[in-house]
Each structure stands twice: as structure tokens, then as C-alpha cells.
Design a protein around this ligand. Structure first.
Ligand code: HEC
Length: 103
């Protein structure tokens, strides 16, 4: 019984790690990484700062998915983010959900 439980635990931990990695790959694939890193500000704000800023906002994932697709200006400073028109709605939502886990 105990071993079975441990096995399940290890499997789900792996799944969670796999999920986070998939979304990091998505950020790489969509070129977000050219301007964003998780820990530090590059051209755009650090992704963990974004997560912290919207941690208490209702509908944060929907709001950020819209920003990812449509671009953003005036929230973090002088530099705007151009619209990321090639990102699908599903990918924008997945990226927003992932960013919000990074705080
Ligand atoms: C050309 C550089 C650049 C690229 C590429 C880029 N960003 Fe940004 N991003 C920025 C800048 C600059 C800001 C700050 C804009 C502002 O102040 O409103 C920003 C802001 C954001 C925000 C916060 C918006 C808000 O309202 O607070 C999110 C979320 C975000 N980016 C996610 C992404 C994702 C996901 C991708 C990849 C699909 C991406 N960015 C690609 C430069 C970029």
C-alpha cells in the first residue's frame, strides 16, 4: 500500500514537472524568451514579477492572455510589447496560466 502511494506521488510529481517544462518550451517557441526571463527583467518585465503583480486579480489569466496576443504598453514602463499575432488563443491562455504559477 505504502509503495503504491509513493509510486502515484512520484508519477504526479513528474507530470507536474513535465507540464511546467512544456510551457517553458512554448515560451521559447513563441519567442517570448527574446524579451522575457523568469527571474530577471530583460526588455520586458521578469515573468515572476508579472505573476506577483496579478496574483490577486480576478480573471488574471484571461487578462494576460489578451495582453499576450494584443500587446501591451504603459503598464511596466516606456517600452511597449508588440502584439504576438502568431500565438494561438490556446497557447496564449497556456502561457498566461504558466506565467501566473511563477511567483
Ligand atoms: C519585443 C519584446 C517582447 C516580446 C517578444 C514579448 N514581450 Fe511580453 N512584454 C514586453 C514588454 C516591453 C512588456 C511591458 C509592456 C508594458 O509596459 O505594458 C511586456 C509585458 C508582458 C506581460 C504583462 C502585461 C501586463 O499587462 O502587465 C506579459 C504577460 C507578457 N509580456 C508575456 C509575453 C509572452 C507570453 C510573450 C511571448 C508570446 C511575450 N510577452 C513576448 C516585451 C516583449
Amino acid at each position: 500500500m505504502k509503495t503504491a502511494w509513493l509510486g502515484t506521488f512520484a508519477a504526479s510529481a513528474l507530470l507536474v514537472a513535465g507540464y511546467a517544462q512544456a510551457d517553458a518550451d512554448l515560451a521559447k517557441k513563441n519567442n517570448c524568451i527574446a524579451c522575457h526571463q523568469v527571474e530577471t527583467k530583460v526588455v520586458g518585465p521578469a515573468l515572476k514579477d508579472i505573476a506577483a503583480k496579478y496574483a490577486d486579480k480576478d480573471d488574471a489569466a484571461t487578462y494576460l492572455a489578451g495582453k499576450i496576443k494584443g500587446g501591451s504598453s504603459g503598464v511596466w514602463g516606456q517600452i511597449p510589447m508588440p502584439p504576438n499575432v502568431n500565438v494561438s488563443d490556446a497557447d496564449a491562455k497556456a502561457l498566461a496560466d504558466w506565467i501566473l504559477t511563477l511567483k
